[in-house]
Design a protein around this ligand. Structure first.
Ligand SMILES: C[S@@+](CC[C@H](N)C(=O)[O-])C[C@H]1O[C@@H](n2cnc3c(N)ncnc32)[C@H](O)[C@@H]1O
Length: 203
């Protein structure tokens, strides 16, 4: 069986499952798998979802936090409304320092979890794409520092590469527990991995 064929088949598998289960993205399964492994989302949590369009991760987060929780999705693009009273969206750039205040205004209290699936638009120049991806994670971390409650959790997508050790060091300074994971819903050939941080310590 050819490798490419295997990858295509898996992509179709999650794509079809997302259609069937009414998730807005196949990416929803990445969050489901990571949450199953690391228990990031809990009943009643306040969650900030960065790079959230079209909203698949928001749907998963809403299922996990239940009616007593709250989920805010932030993206450069508008996220179509979800039918939940405890969901909100914000059109904003996560690299803009003014975004932290806008997020805080929308939250009922400091967040328990900040997740980021934000991706740069791919140029095909590998070093540039990795640098942009790392910059998005740094922005997500800066926002987390402003909105997370002590002990909070963090999850961010990053493209692997030479800048990873420095980035992980930065995340280790803020969280007691740090892991890098690749869920099976993430294509094997892709360079994306997810960094998990638990036990947030304020700077
Ligand atoms: C892979 S998609 C997210 C999919 C989402 N997790 C889901 O399940 O529906 C990546 C998103 O990151 C967003 N993004 C990229 N750069 C951003 C930035 N600087 N600020 C906010 N969002 C950004 C893009 O607009 C895109 O919608």
């Amino acid at each position: 069986m050819g490798r490419r064929w295997q990858l295509e088949r898996r992509r179709d598998y999650y794509y079809r499952m997302a259609k069937r289960e009414k998730y807005r993205s196949r990416a929803a399964y990445k969050l489901r798998q990571l949450n199953h492994r690391y228990q990031l989302l809990r009943r009643g949590d306040v969650v900030v979802d960065l790079g959230a369009a079209p909203g698949g991760w928001m749907q998963v987060a809403l299922e996990e936090v239940g009616d007593g929780g709250f989920v805010l999705g932030v993206d450069l693009q508008r996220i179509a409304d979800l039918p939940h009273k405890n969901a909100a969206t914000l059109v904003a750039d996560i690299t803009d320092p003014a975004t932290a205040e806008k997020i805080k205004e929308k939250l009922p209290r400091p967040a328990d979890v900040v997740v980021s699936d934000a991706s740069p638009s791919i140029s095909g120049v590998w070093d540039l794409d990795q640098a942009r991806s790392v910059e998005l994670v740094r922005s997500a971390l800066r926002l987390a520092e402003g909105v997370l409650a002590p002990g909070g959790r963090f999850l961010a997508k990053v493209f692997q590469g030479a800048m990873m050790p420095e980035l992980l060091q930065l995340i280790r300074e803020r969280f007691e527990f740090v892991k890098v994971s690749k869920p099976s819903a993430s294509r094997k050939g892709s360079a994306e991995v997810y960094v998990i941080g638990k036990g947030f310590r304020r700077p």
